[in-house]
Design a binder for this molecule. Sequence first.
Ligand code: NOJ
Length: 560
Amino acid sequence: MPDFALPPEAALGIERKWWHTATVYQIYPRSFRDSNGDGIGDLPGIIDRLDYLQALGVAVIWLSPIYASPMDDNGYDISDYQAIAPEFGTLADFDRLVAQARQRGMGIILDLVVNHTSDEHPWFTQARRSKDNAYRDFYVWRPPAPDGGPPNDLTSSFGGPAWTFDSTTQEYYLHLFSRRQPDLNWENPRVRDEIYRMMNWWLDRGIAGFRMDVIDLIGKKVDEGITADGPHLHDYLQEMNRRTFGSRDILTVGEAWSATPGSALLYSGRDRKELSMVFQFEHVTQGWDEVHGKWRPKPIDLVKLKSVLGKWQHALAEDGWNSLFWGNHDLPRAVSRYGDASGYHVESAKMLATVLHLMKGTPFIYQGEEIGMTNVPFARIEQYRDVETLNMHRLHVEAGLSPEEFLRGANQSGRDNARTPMQWSTAPHGGFTTGSPWIEVNPNYPTLNAENQVNDERSIWSHYRKLIALRKEHAVVVYGTFQSWFDQHPEVFVYTRTLDHQQLLVVANFVPREVALTLPGELQLSGHCLISNYSPPHELGEELHLRPYEAFALLCAPPA
Ligand code: NOJ
C-alpha cells in the first residue's frame, strides 16, 4: 500500500486496489537467467535475480508460461498445466520463488493459456483417437467441406488455415495459432470445470494473479466466423471470476487484441466481476501497415499515437482501469520502435519511460526495457527461433517477397527482438548463461548491460527505479485526472494529471532535435521537478527549448 495519504474513495470515484500503485515486471523465463548452463533460462535463475527486481521497486512479476510444454511456441503450448517444464525447474523451485518473492514484498502472476493447449496435452491425444472419445468435445472438430478442404476460411495468426486435418478420424481441428496449439472448446462445461480447478490449485500455492493469454478468443463461434469477442465471452469470465479468484485479492489482466474502450469497460468495470484490467493494443496496431501489418511498420506518427493513448486515458477515467506498456515478448523493443536506439539511446529510453509511467494505469515493464535493450540485428533467417517468424518467412517468400525484404520486417517487428537473452554483464553471452544460449545474445551487450547501470544514478535503470518510486509516493500519479495539451503538435507530448490541489505536468520531446514550445498561461507553472532525463533539468518559463528527446515532470499547485 502507498505511503501517501489518499483522498477519500468517494472523491476518486473508484475503489482503491493494491495494484493501482504497483508496477509489474514481465519475465520471459527462457531468456532471463540460466542457472545451470543448459542455455535456457530457469526458475532458480529468476530466484537469483529477485534482489535486482526488488531494488528496481516492482511489486509484481509476471512469468510467461513455465509449464510442461513441447515448446513449439516457447511454452504457450501447454502439455500439463500442473507441472513445471523440466528445463525451467521443478514445482519446489516454483514454491521457493513465490516464497522468496513474497519475503521481498513481491507477488508472482502466472500466464494462463487456456484458449488452447499443446497437441501433446493428454486431453488432445485422447480427443484425436476417436469421435466418441470422452475428451473429443474438449476441442473444436468439424467435418471437411464438401470439396474435402477446411470447414471455413478462418486463418491462423501464425499464417495459413486455422484448421488441420486429422487422418485418424477424418475431421479437422481448429487452431487459431500453430497446428500444435489446438483450441479448447469453451462451450463444453467440463473444459471450464477443469480449467477452474487448475486455476484454484495455483491460487492455493499463493500466486498474486494471472495474465490471461488471448482471453478475448474464448467466446468464439467458429461456424459464424467469430473468433474474438464472441457472444459468451463475458459470461465465461464472470463464471471464472465466481469460481476461482473472485474472493481473492489478486491482479488479473487479460490480453485482448480486440478490445475497444467499450469492451474494456465490460472486462474491467467496477461492478462487472471480471478482470482487473486488459492489455489493449491500439497504440501498437495504429503503427502497422494496412496490408502487411507489423511486417512493414510505419514510422511513428506522434499525433496519432497521442490521440490513441489519450482516448484510452479518458475512456477508463471513471470506471475500469488501464494497463500501460510499450513492449512485451511479442513486440519490438520499445526504444527501437518509439525512440532512437542509436544516437539518443539513453535520452529516448528515459523519455518513453517517463511518458508511460506517469499516465493513469498499471505500468508493465518488459524484461530488459529497464536497461534500454534494443532490437536484434540478425542478418540470416537461421538466427531466428520464433515459430511465427519462421512460418511467415516461408509463406511470404513463397508468395514472392525477397528474403532480404522479409528480414528487414523481422528485424523491426519479429518477436525474437524481445526474446534475446537478458544482458546482465560484460561476461560472455551477457552473463545470461555459461553454456550456449538457445538464441543469440544481442551483440551490444558489452556496453548495454545491467551491471553497468544499477549503480549509476544517471542510467536508464535508475530512471525506471525513480519512476516506480514516484507512483508509490504521489497519489496524483496514481489517481490524477489526465488531460493532454498540444494534441496536433507532431513532436511533443504534453499532459497534465490533476488531483485535488496537486497538478503534475509532463512534457516530452519525441524527436532527435531541439523543439521550441510556447506554453499556454495555464501551464506556466512553478513547482519542483520530480524527474528529468537531462541534468540540469529544464528551466521552466513561457518559452521552452526542449533538447532532443528531453522529458521532465513537474509537480505544482494549479493556478488559482
Ligand atoms: C499471445 C502470446 O502473447 C503469444 O506469445 C502466443 O504466441 C499467443 N498468444 C498464443 O498463445
